[in-house]
Write a protein that binds this ligand. Structure first.
Ligand code: DAH
Length: 341
């Protein structure tokens, strides 16, 4: 008898002797499928054996083929039986086991909602949009030029100390490019005015970065920049726009005042404070008439057009609006705090 025939016979006998035990021992569908795969799966014993058929002498091939197929048929039939039995047992266990308690409270899923800063941002943008301002955004990493130089900050001016920030340097085609995390959204003035002619009226929300870090300052916070340029724009227009803004945001009984202040990119410059009846003055924004040098830097003719600009802190307005004592609360994402607003 050829060696191949012996191997084949022994192989068939092995499977024949083991399959009932293997399938019978499986107690779950997964176990059953694993046991079945070890016999008739692609790597299974019987499958491997059948690959050896071509080594058999031609006159025995048919006979062994029939034996192997018959065995495979028995394995499959037992597998089907066992699968059905396992499913029945499972169903039985469900029916006789403890009843499903339909009165048990469902797992509670909380409804998500917008963060207070996002809500305030939308509210502020809605007001300016209703006054005809369009919305533009700028990148958080920008150049020193857009952040300081073109806005008229003299080199090493003390005002840049106040806005000490994070510098990012990368190499582009062999050149070192220095960008920084913008310290204010005023960068967008340069970007937007630089790429299109007046007239324009734009508001630009975004994240800004500074070294400050205390109860009312965070190294990362949010601003909205606004600017409008046209022929004959005056400080009266600025007062008109901000007056409407404050009234819509805080209500008609809130007082506002302009206090002279300095920012290199405006002349004259001012800060705006608001006061609730009986309350204290609170600063909410900086503003002024866009400096002629800034207009020149973006390619406008200051003899033909003029404009105003303002910048406000969204976080600060959220703090005033919701009486939040510490700015950090806005960034800790403590659900209990956020739900309370
Ligand atoms: N960029 C200023 C800051 O972050 C705020 C500001 C002041 C913006 C006056 C303006 C402005 O547009 O006119 O402190």
């Amino acid at each position: 008898m050829s060696e191949a025939v012996q191997r084949f016979e022994a192989g068939l006998a092995d499977v024949e002797g083991a399959y009932q035990g293997a399938l019978g021992a499986a107690n779950s569908e997964t176990e059953l499928r694993e046991a079945n795969a070890k016999i008739v799966g692609p790597q299974g014993a019987l499958t491997q054996l059948m690959k050896l058929m071509r080594d058999l002498p031609g006159d025995r091939r048919k006979e062994f083929g029939q034996l192997a197929n018959a065995l495979k048929g028995k394995v499959t039939a037992l597998f089907d039986d066992r699968l059905a039995a396992i499913a029945r047992a499972q169903r039985e266990a469900e029916l006789t086991g403890p009843a499903l308690d339909v009165t048990m409270p469902a797992r509670w899923s909380r409804e998500g909602r917008l963060h207070p800063i996002t809500r305030v941002k939308h509210e502020l943008l809605d007001i300016f949009a209703s006054l005809g301002f369009e919305v533009a955004e700028g990148p958080e990493a920008d150049t020193h030029e857009n952040c300081f130089d073109k806005l008229g900050f003299p080199p090493d001016h003390p005002a840049t100390d106040m806005q000490d920030t994070f510098f990012l340097t990368h190499t582009e085609r062999g050149d070192d490019i220095t960008t920084l995390l913008r310290t204010h959204t005023s960068t967008v003035q340069i970007r937007e005015m630089g790429r299109r002619p007046a007239p324009l009226a734009v508001v630009s929300p975004g994240v800004v970065y500074r070294r400050d870090d205390d109860a009312t300052h965070s190294p990362m916070f949010h601003q909205i920049e606004g600017f409008l340029v046209d022929e004959g724009v005056s400080f009266a227009d600025l007062k008109g726009v901000l007056g409407v803004f404050v009234e819509r945001l805080f209500g008609a009984d809130v007082e506002m005042r302009f206090r002279a202040s300095y920012f290199p990119f405006v002349e004259p410059g001012a800060e705006v404070d608001v006061r609730r009846p009986g309350g204290k003055w609170m600063e909410i924004l900086g503003c002024g008439m866009i400096h002629p040098t800034v207009l020149e830097n973006v390619g406008y003719d200051p003899k033909k057009v003029s404009g105003f600009a303002f910048g406000l802190g969204i976080d600060r307005i959220a703090m005033v609006k919701y009486a939040i004592p510490n700015i950090k609360l806005l960034f800790e994402n403590d659900q209990r705090f956020l739900q309370s607003l």
